[in-house]
Design a protein around this ligand. Structure first.
Ligand code: ADP
Ligand code: MG
Length: 682
């Protein structure tokens, strides 16, 4: 095999040549052999065994040609040393020898590691062919080694790449699982759909949509109208249009009501974006659905609270002026009534007018209660008495077409409640019932004692305990299920403008809750509606009418010429009060504001009572006036009055014990309050 062929077969690395080590002490031999071998490989010449060993430390050789006879270490010793070294152990050695052709000698050479012998004088052809065999072998071995190495490298590379791929896949799967987990556990559903697809029906829906709305992702994909059909009718057009406009808008965030699998509407926040292809053409819509019902509810509550606050301020203001005017009206009527005159017809008229004025006064109180500006005045009430008291009015309200059935409970307990409020609640329920029975029907008013035990109470969501119930049942049109919660909302009404305010039930609800009671609604469409008010049973000990009885026969006139300083900015109201007090025998000094009153107080020798309005213009309110007056005259008696029913509306009171009289008041009430203050009756 020639060198050229070998290199062709084995394709050694370009520039790569095998090394041949020539060891001979004879320069001529070296030179001659070098010439013969130089085209087979790089010939390295060494002139002694030591030099050869040195070269072997530096390079790898394909073959060593070793002269046997050399000064210093001879060929055999050199061979032994070569064999003893790890690096050169397997390098083939060819001995060069001129002598020692005998077998013993040759065997020694083989024993020392020779693979062949070449005899001197060297025959170039034989030398060449022997050396080329080893050079070839070396090359092939090298090549095989390199290939193996390459293969190993390839294998390793392959393995590395595969491991990396595996790890990447694992990481991807882990992250996919994580994402899926996140998507599933968030209260957000993801969806995707084609742009322009009819009614925005999704083509992908994340599984957790089920948690949001009770339908599975599968159901959404199968029934393409599911999503659009369940949008609240009032929202549908707006939402479908928003989706239709998406290619232009590029995305949107919209809120709408959606009817879930349980039939309830929930608020969804739908956030969607358009995804375009590389040409900028809108292709897909990606979006998220978030349940914002709770947030909406809070928002609505806030709006409601603000609305109530505004109404409260408004009604508070109106009630104030009303109460002042009513004080004048009632005071004047009281006086007229007492005037000596015989015509009983006139007296009757005056009584009617008084009754009307008192109703107005009740109404303002209710307005204030509705606006939560007034604490309730709960006391023990017999609901049967109360119902009996308004039966005539109820009949009038119902008219001819409706039958009234009264079903009073026996041995009814006292209910702890505000009588004015419960009366107006009853009338409100009756009016609602009448409106629900335009074709006529039957209205039942029922009262009962009721003990709510654990299980029942839990079922209703009420507290356990003893209640007195007032039930108003009609045989009217009923209330649709979706309205049953809403009827208690303020301003919720199904009536024509001008016929309903939507306030009735919300006022009742607020009052009942404030009383520590409950209200319950049962209704069936087309059959009728029943409202039940649960009022807490009153504590037994309180005696009814105790105060009223004590009042009777009491002398309410002035004693010993007592002097009252009356302070009031409204001239008409002050006039009425002063006249009434004078009528009762008091000496009255009048002032229209705080500073003027203080001046009078400083100048007067005797003043027994300061009777002052709370809210007055001019920088000093009734509380401040009372505080200053009490500093000057510690023993002074004080009676405060106000058209606001909240006695602390004008700021903190100097003494919580100061007496207070609501406007408007009857003459008798004024007389009693003044007497109480002067006598310090508790
Ligand atoms: P308004 O009577 O001014 O509408 P309410 O708060 O008293 O306000 O009542 C709210 C709504 O509740 C009514 O508009 C009506 O739709 C419904 N409603 C109340 N009571 C009844 C009833 N007895 N039967 C049927 N619907 C009723
Ligand atoms: Mg009503």
């Amino acid at each position: 095999m020639t060198d050229a062929r070998a290199s062709q077969d084995m394709q050694p690395a370009p520039g790569y040549r095998a090394r041949i080590l020539l060891v001979d002490d004879d320069e001529h031999n070296l030179f001659a052999m070098e010439k013969v071998l130089e085209d087979l490989g790089d010939v390295v010449a060494a002139r002694s065994g030591e030099e050869a060993l040195k070269q072997l430390l530096r390079h790898d050789f394909a073959v060593i040609l070793l002269d046997v006879l050399m000064p210093g270490i001879d060929g055999y010793d050199t061979a032994r040393l070569i064999r003893s070294r790890e690096r050169s152990r397997h390098v083939p050695i060819i001995f060069l020898t001129a002598v020692n052709k005998d077998d013993v000698h040759m065997l020694r050479g083989y024993a020392m590691g020779a693979v062949d012998y070449v005899y001197k004088p060297v025959e170039p052809l034989i030398l060449r062919s022997k050396v080329s065999v080893f050079v070839d072998l070396f090359r092939k071995t090298q090549e095989v080694g390199r290939k193996a190495e390459q293969e190993q490298r390839l294998l390793e590379e392959n393995f590395r790449v595969r491991t990396e791929k595996l790890l990447a896949e694992q990481a991807l799967r882990a992250s996919e699982q994580r994402q899926a987990l996140i998507i599933q556990s968030l209260p957000i559903a993801l969806y995707a759909g084609e742009v322009g697809r009819e009614r925005g029906a999704p083509q992908f829906m994340s599984d957790n949509i089920h948690v949001l709305c009770g339908f599975t992702a599968q159901q959404f994909l199968q029934s393409r109208d599911l999503w659009s059909e369940r949008i609240h009718p009032e929202d549908r057009e707006r939402i479908l249009q928003a989706f239709a406009r998406m290619p232009e808008t590029g995305g949107h965030a919209v809120e709408y009501r959606w009817r879930c699998a349980d039939g309830e509407y929930r608020f969804f926040l739908d956030h969607a974006v358009v995804v375009r292809d590389e040409h900028g053409t809108p292709r897909e819509i990606f979006g998220t659905l978030l349940d914002v019902t709770e947030r909406k509810r809070l928002e609505q509550q806030l709006v409601q609270a603000q609305k109530m606050d505004a109404i409260g301020k408004l009604t508070g203001g109106i009630a104030h002026d009303f109460n002042n005017m009513l004080t004048v009206v009632i005071g004047s009527l009281d006086r007229l009534r007492r005037a000596p005159q015989s015509d009983p017809k006139v007296v009757k008229r005056i009584d009617l007018a008084l009754e009307g004025a008192m109703r107005c006064s009740d109404l303002t109180r209710q307005l204030l209660a509705f606006a939560r500006r007034q604490p309730l005045q709960p006391k023990p009430i017999d609901l049967n008495d109360l119902v009996a008291g308004v039966t005539d009015m109820v009949r009038r309200v119902l008219g001819d077409g409706i039958e009234l059935v009264l079903d009073p409970g026996e041995k009814l307990w006292m209910a702890q409640t505000d009588p004015t409020q419960i009366e107006s609640a009853l009338l409100n329920l009756v009016v609602n019932a009448r409106d629900a029975m335009p074709e006529g029907g039957r209205l039942t008013v029922m009262t009962r004692n009721l003990v709510l035990r654990e299980s029942e109470a839990a079922q209703l969501g009420f507290a356990t305990g003893e209640y007195v119930t007032l039930t108003v049942a009609d045989t009217g049109v009923g209330i649709a299920p979706e309205f049953r919660d809403r009827v208690f909302e303020p301003f919720f009404t199904t009536k024509q403008p001008g016929q309903g305010t939507g306030l009735g039930l919300s006022i009742i609800y607020g009052f009942v809750k404030q009383s520590g009671g409950h209200i319950r609604l049962d209704s069936e469409l087309g059959r009728g509606t029943t409202f039940s008010i649960y009022l807490p049973r009153a504590p037994e000990t309180v005696m009814r009418e105790r105060l009223a009885a004590a009042e009777e026969g009491r002398v309410l006139r002035a004693q010993d010429g007592e002097i009252v300083l009356a302070v009031e900015d409204d001239d008409a109201v002050r006039q009425i009060a002063a006249d009434a007090l004078a009528e009762l025998g008091y000496k009255v000094i009048e002032a229209s504001n705080g500073p003027a009153a203080l001046e009078l107080l400083a100048g007067a020798a005797r003043i027994d009572l300061l009777f002052t309005d709370l809210a007055m213009p001019g920088g000093m309110n009734g509380h401040e006036l009372a505080a200053k007056a009490l500093m000057r005259r510690p023993g002074l008696k004080v009676l405060l009055t106000s058209a606001y029913t909240d006695r602390f509306a004008g700021g903190p009171a100097p003494r919580a014990s100061l007496r207070f009289l609501n406007k408007p008041y009857r003459e008798r009430e004024l007389a009693a309050a003044v007497r109480d203050a002067l006598d310090e009756v508790r």
